[in-house]
Design a protein around this ligand. Structure first.
Ligand SMILES: Nc1ncnc2c1ncn2[C@@H]1O[C@H](COP(=O)(O)OP(=O)(O)OP(=O)(O)O)[C@@H](O)[C@H]1O
Ligand SMILES: [Mg+2]
Length: 577
């Protein structure tokens, strides 16, 4: 990995079986977050760890905590909470690898969408390490199939996400079942100030390790943006896919429906692609990630369900097809590439009116995002010709050519044409259905100026009032996403909700609360315009029926949504000294 330090894993006092496992996976040196966190965790400190995406945070907590687990005690001693199922699986796998020489240690992933029977059987048989998503962990606690009475270590991976609206209640419930005397560690690449404050409640006199990086995003990721009108996105994407050399690619979109639609369209164009979203059955989700790893598919079209933590080496490109709602999400999404010191590419699609978010991303990540042009048809032609030429030249040394010789003899004999002409004929046949040359005279320049209604909106009244009242907009982007001034964007419907500013609550959390109340992911929420006593919220068409009912009710009856924002009324402090 880049930026490693001058110490070895052996210097870190890790036990022999762990060192053997590291030898086997081939890590040479600890990464900075590992070098600094491992000694502190071994000493028994609580810890708040922050370091860029892809820099080895998993091992930073897994190695020291595994070292301290008692292999002879067959009850859960270490619990790792992760926000998504994919992540729980991946983190559990990492633990299994690091514990592969610690024979008696059993690691169990526990997540929803999987049968209880097997999980219960394994829990009964006895495991020391449990890695899971909060929902399923709570289910097991309530069924009394998981007891945390003897828990000694707790880790929140992606801590900021785990402590955001919706998750916080779950985490607290779990904590209330764990002993006060325990060692707790929180890790993430991002840690908004507000959440850092909350996190202190769960930590006892914590040490902090923050790996100072010049920017929040890895310098090995080349970041570009592309200005595209919404109706040209698909065409822009396929052109980019043609000219960029990529291995694995993750395309992030806003909604579950969009994952299916875009995956279908790409698949119709001959790409090996699968959608991934929270509605897809768990075993299919696992299979899809596995297929991406193995290279059976190259492209994943996903919602933010895989924005965090996912570690797939061959992902060379991340495309933000729909813009993320906040800069944290951007940082995590593009962190799926350029991991462990490798290089990667991130391309962000923005419409004219989304330009403000671009600036705010650049400001927070302290990195410039270069403008890129959508490839023109003549560039596509160039790429095609180049590829074709390369293929032909590569084939010239192929032994298998011999078998074609009789065929060529026949053609030459019968053609009565110059060799060039015969080869041109072969090229034409070889191009098949996909024409080698596209018609350049009749093609759209996707970089053309946008129509008037796609221009950026002027700052609106709300954001000014916002400033005056000192209700700072910490997450900036969400609130300033005031597209709900004009008509809702195509594919969205506008709801008027009887919920406005709540004293002491940041607009970003109101978005979270609305999403929470409606039982939807906050990524569903498009434009939002928050007023003193009401908010206008744009949600995509095709929302599940129940969600529509909830919102319809809110809209019709003016019923007040119950805002359970923690900064308004802090939850009870968990039992902890
Ligand atoms: N010391 C090391 N040397 C080489 N590779 C390492 C080392 N530590 C971890 N890795 C590898 O680096 C990759 C990224 O690690 P990991 O998934 O833990 O990153 P992360 O910091 O948790 O990222 P994210 O913020 O995206 O969750 C993994 O493939 C892991 O195997
Ligand atoms: Mg991670």
């Amino acid at each position: 990995m880049t930026d490693t330090v001058d110490i070895t894993f052996a210097d870190l006092d890790l036990p022999e079986p762990i060192l053997q496992a590291l030898e086997k996976v081939g890590y040479e040196k600890p990464s900075p977050i590992q070098a600094q966190s491992i000694p502190l965790l071994l000493e028994g400190h609580d810890l708040l760890g922050q370091a860029q995406t892809g820099t080895g945070k998993t091992a930073a907590f897994a190695l020291p905590m595994l070292s301290k687990v008692d292999p002879d005690a067959m009850y859960p001693q270490l619990l790792v909470l992760a926000p998504t199922r994919e992540l729980a699986i991946q983190v559990a796998e990492a633990f299994q690898v690091y514990a592969s020489f610690s024979k008696k240690i059993k690691v169990l992933p526990v997540y929803g969408g999987q049968s209880y029977d097997n999980q219960i059987r394994q829990l009964k048989r006895g495991v020391q390490v449990v890695v899971g998503t909060p929902g399923r962990i709570i289910d097991h606690i309530q069924r009394k199939t998981l007891k945390l009475d003897n828990l000694r270590f707790l880790v929140l991976d992606e801590a900021d996400e785990m402590l955001r609206m919706g998750f916080i209640d779950d985490v607290e419930l779990i904590l209330s079942h764990a002993p006060e005397q325990r060692q707790t560690a929180l890790f993430s690449a991002t840690m908004p100030e507000q959440i850092r404050k909350i996190s202190n409640r769960y930590l006892n006199n914590p040490e902090q390790v923050k790996i100072a990086a010049k920017a929040a995003t890895a310098s090995t990721v080349k970041q570009r943006y592309c200005q595209v009108a919404p109706h040209h996105k698909l065409e822009a994407l396929t052109r980019i896919m043609e000219v960029e050399e990529f291995d694995g690619m993750i395309i992030f979109v806003r909604t579950k429906t969009a994952t299916l639609e875009l995956a279908d369209k790409l698949s119709a164009r001959g790409y090996d692609v699968e959608p991934l979203n929270g509605d897809i059955p768990q075993n299919a989700r696992e299979r899809t990630v596995e297929r991406l790893k193995r290279g059976t598919i190259d492209i994943l079209v996903a919602t933010d369900v895989v924005a965090r933590g996912l570690d797939v080496e061959r992902v060379s490109h991340v495309i933000n097809y729909d813009i993320p709602y906040d800069t944290e999400s951007y940082v995590h999404r593009i962190g799926r590439t350029g991991r462990a010191g490798r290089s990667g590419d991130a391309i962000l699609f923005i419409s004219h009116r989304e330009k403000r978010l671009l600036f705010s991303i650049e400001k927070t990540t302290k990195q410039r995002i270069e403008k890129m042009n959508i490839p023109s048809v003549s560039e596509l032609n160039e790429t095609r010709v180049e590829k074709f030429t390369r293929n032909v030249l590569n084939a010239i040394d192929d032994d298998a050519l011999e078998s074609f010789m009789p065929l060529i003899d026949t053609i030459v004999r019968e053609a009565e044409a110059a060799p060039e002409r015969i080869m041109a004929a072969l090229a034409k046949v070889a191009q098949g259905d996909e024409p080698l040359f596209l018609d350049e005279s009749n093609s759209t320049d996707l970089n053309a100026r946008p129509p008037r209604d796609d221009r950026p909106l002027r700052d609106n009244r709300n954001s000014r009032r916002n400033d005056r009242n000192g209700r700072g907009n910490e997450r900036g982007d969400r609130k300033s996403n005031v597209r709900s001034r004009g008509k809702p964007e195509e594919g969205f419907q506008r709801y008027r909700l009887d919920v406005g500013y709540v004293h002491g609550v940041k607009p970003g959390n109101i978005v979270g609360a609305i999403a929470n109340e409606a039982g939807i992911d906050s990524q569903y929420i498009g434009a939002i315009d928050i007023h003193e006593s009401y908010s206008l919220v744009d949600l995509p068409d095709g929302m599940p029926k129940e969600t529509q009912d909830v919102l319809q009710k809110a809209r019709v009856s003016g019923q007040r949504l119950n805002i359970r924002a923690w900064s308004d009324k802090p939850p009870k402090r968990p039992r902890k000294s």
